[in-house]
Write a protein of this length. Sequence first.
Length: 399
Amino acid sequence: MSKAENIEAVSLPLANWGRLAANCTAHMTEHLFNAVVSVILPLITASLGLSLSQAGALASVRTLMAGVASFPSGFFADLASRRNLLLGGCVAVIGLASLGLSLSYSFTLLLVFMGLGGFGGGWFHPQSLAILSERYRTQKAFALGVHDSSANLGEVIGPLAMGLMLNFFDWRTALLFWAIPGLVVGVAYALAGSEGNLAVPRARDYRKAILNDVLKNKTVCGLVAVSTLRAMGQTALASFLPLYLALHLKLPAAVAGAYMSILFLCAGIAPALVGWVSDRIGHRYLIVLFSLLSVAMVAAIPHLGSGIVLMAGLGLLGALLWALRPVIVSAAMSEAPQQLSGSIVALIYGANMGLSFLAPLLAGVIADSYGLPTAITAIALFPLLASLICFVLLIQRRG
């Protein structure tokens, strides 16, 4: 970043960060819906007498529809002139999905509205990140980091708030109230979040640019691979760390939950800080460094015991591995024309969601054969491969 850009970044008045605040509010609202899966799904299953396979289908359809929505959303994010309507609409759709779930009495309707909520969530990210990338070009990684932190805040607030509501209301009434934030924030953003006169590329030029500047761009494809490997490591750890804490270390549920909370708390705080640093020292060196440190931390977990050292190690791991997503997205955006930001986000998120499910399956096979400590250690392979790919990209650039 040049000296002039640094001065500009420092002198930006607080009002100029209003767009970031609005998008972060919408992002946090979008992630509140995840509480439906983590808290409400067991109650829905018991109340309506669903089988465990039906409960699994409800969780899976949300992820599937999020992946389906990502790709067309990226194209619209690059070609639409009123992205505020698209972004606000998808947040409102999430509120509508919560409302529909509260009124559903059949498995088919539950499947429809759970999928609708997933579709709204998948549609959201390319729109929001493309808007922020356009608005904060010289502070891109910082803006995307704050945006990522707001999602993690929603993940923390959602289950706590939903759990509190369930002390006073049944799950249907709780979901009815849960629809209000999505509907209000979505409609407000759609009506008041206009970007003004947004330059929109012509469709034919856009198709040519997608082929030449994204799909044939080795650096962009390399960073998509880096992001996917990072996501696979994160997904596997989120699935197997609780099992390691409970089944191998035999920690009480409350203690294991506290350890995981430390990890997610640090994962929620770190992206904004790491993004700010990335804007100043560069993306790729940070990705390589944090990936290698993540490898060391994951491999060290089975040797940290079960006390305060393990808690500190999990917190550091959350700050290292979880914080890399906005940095990688920002790096990929910087390698292609600005008007392709939405498509790049769609490619990254689509690849992440489309392949991440493989990581827990592989970890499970290793755990069955060699035990949980070995499975945890093996997960370090994902950030290791990510760091190697990024290191190759660094060498190619210098060459």
